[in-house]
Design a protein around this ligand. Structure first.
Ligand code: ACO
Length: 328
C-alpha cells in the first residue's frame, strides 16, 4: 500500500492589536507639533488609511505575537504543547537574538517545538506559511504556528511624512496541520535583491552603537509600480500550478499596504472589489502581520468559509513577493 501524500490545512486563525488606535487627525496634530505637515485628507486619498494601532512602549513583538498565537490555538482547539513548529515572520524583532519565535515559544509553554524567524518584510507571512507547509509535508512536523508580528512604529522616522503615516503595529497567526486533503493548493516565493534600496532599514548594531540609518526608508512610487506587477504575475503563477483560474478565487487577501495597490491588483486579475479583504483602513500597513490579521478578521466575521478558495499575497522589502493559494 502506498502512503497518501501529506497535505496542509489551516486549523485556526487568531490576531492581536495594541489597545490604542490613532486616527489620521490625531497623528496629524502630533506631527504638526514637530513641524511635520500632513492631513487626514491626504492620507485617505493616497493610501485609504484612516487609523493605525501604535503599541505602548512596554509592549513587545513577542507579547503581541503570543496573543495572536493563543487565539489561533483556541480557534483550532489545540493546546500549545501540541505544536511542534513555530515560524515567526517579523522585521521588528525584540532582540537581535534569540529569535522572536523562541521568545514566543517560551511564553506559550510550547517547549521542544522547533522555532525560528523568517525575515522577508511584508512578504514574511506568505514565506512563513510556505516554509511551514513544506516542513509539514516532509512528515517531520504535524502542527505549526505561523505568526506575523510587527512593531513598525519602532523603526519609523516621525519627521518623515512620506513613511510615518503609513504603518501600524499588530500580529496575526494561523495553526497549520497535516491533513489528507488540501488545504494549501500551491505557493510560490520570489525576491529581487537588486531592488533592496527602494524599501529598507539599512542600519545595524556594531560595537554597541547603531551604524547607519536606523529608520525605514522608501521610494513609494517605485514600490507601488513593482508591487502591482509582481502581485499579478505571482497570482497567475499559483493559479497555474493548481490548474485553476482567477474566476475560482473566492477571496483575495493581499498585503495591506495601500488600497490603491489592492484595487489595481484586483482589477488586473479580474477579481471583484468586494472579494478583496481590506483592513489597511483601520490597521495601516502592519508588514508581515497584515495578511494574517486580514485573514483572521474575515474568518471571524464569517466572510471566509470552509471550502472557499483564498489567495494570500505578500510583497515588500527585499524586494520580496509571493502567493499562497488555499482552500480554507
Ligand atoms: N502628507 C502630506 N503630503 C505628503 C505626505 C504626507 N504624509 N507624504 C508625501 N506628501 C507630499 C509629497 O511631499 C509630494 O509633495 P510635492 O508634490 O509638493 O513634492 C506629494 O505629497 C506627492 O508625493 P508622492 O510621493 O508623489 O505621492 P504618491 O501619490 O506617490 O503617494 C505613497 C505616496 C502613498 C507612499 C505611494 O507612493 C504609495 O502608496 N506607494 C506604495 C508604497 C507603499 O504602500 N508602501 C508601503 C510599504 S511597502 C509594502 O508594504 C509593499
Amino acid at each position: 500500500m502506498t502512503a497518501r501524500p501529506i497535505c496542509t490545512r489551516i486549523a485556526g486563525t487568531g490576531s492581536a492589536l495594541p489597545s490604542r488606535a490613532v486616527s489620521n487627525a490625531e497623528l496629524a496634530q502630533k506631527l504638526a507639533q514637530r513641524g511635520v505637515e500632513t492631513s487626514d485628507e491626504w492620507i485617505i486619498a493616497r493610501t485609504g488609511i484612516r487609523q493605525r494601532y501604535l503599541a505602548e512602549p512596554e509592549l513587545s513583538t513577542a507579547e503581541l505575537g503570543m496573543r495572536a498565537a493563543r487565539r489561533a490555538l483556541e480557534a483550532a482547539g489545540y493546546d500549545a504543547g501540541m505544536i511542534d513548529l513555530i515560524v515567526v515572520a517579523t522585521s521588528t524583532p525584540d532582540q537581535v537574538f534569540p529569535s522572536t519565535a523562541c521568545l514566543i515559544q517560551a511564553r506559550l509553554g510550547a517547549g521542544g517545538a522547533a522555532a525560528f524567524d523568517v525575515q522577508a518584510v511584508c512578504s514574511g507571512f506568505v514565506y512563513g506559511v510556505t516554509v511551514a507547509d513544506a516542513l509539514i509535508r516532509t512528515g517531520n512536523h504535524r502542527r505549526a504556528l505561523v505568526i506575523g508580528a510587527e512593531m513598525f512604529s519602532r523603526i519609523l522616522d516621525w519627521n518623515d511624512r512620506t513613511t510615518c503615516v503609513l504603518f501600524g503595529d499588530g500580529a496575526g497567526a494561523v495553526v497549520l496541520e497535516a491533513a489528507d486533503k488540501p488545504g494549501i493548493l500551491a505557493s510560490r516565493l520570489h525576491a529581487d535583491g537588486s531592488q533592496a534600496s527602494i524599501l529598507c532599514t539599512a542600519g545595524r548594531i556594531s560595537e554597541g552603537a547603531v551604524v547607519g540609518d536606523p529608520f525605514l526608508r522608501m521610494d513609494g512610487q517605485a514600490v507601488f509600480k513593482l508591487a502591482v506587477n509582481v502581485l499579478d504575475a505571482s497570482a497567475r503563477e499559483v493559479l497555474g500550478d493548481a490548474g485553476m483560474t482567477t474566476a475560482q478565487i473566492d477571496w483575495l487577501i493581499p498585503h495591506q499596504a495601500n488600497v490603491r495597490i489592492m484595487a489595481a491588483t484586483a482589477r488586473k486579475l479580474g477579481v471583484k472589489e468586494d472579494q478583496v479583504i481590506i483592513t489597511v483602513d483601520r490597521h495601516g500597513n502592519t508588514s508581515a502581520a497584515s495578511v494574517p490579521l486580514a485573514l483572521d478578521e474575515a474568518v471571524r466575521d464569517g466572510r471566509v468559509q470552509r471550502g472557499q478558495v483564498v489567495l494570500l499575497q505578500g510583497v515588500g522589502g527585499g524586494f520580496t513577493w509571493g502567493s499562497v493559494l488555499l482552500r480554507y
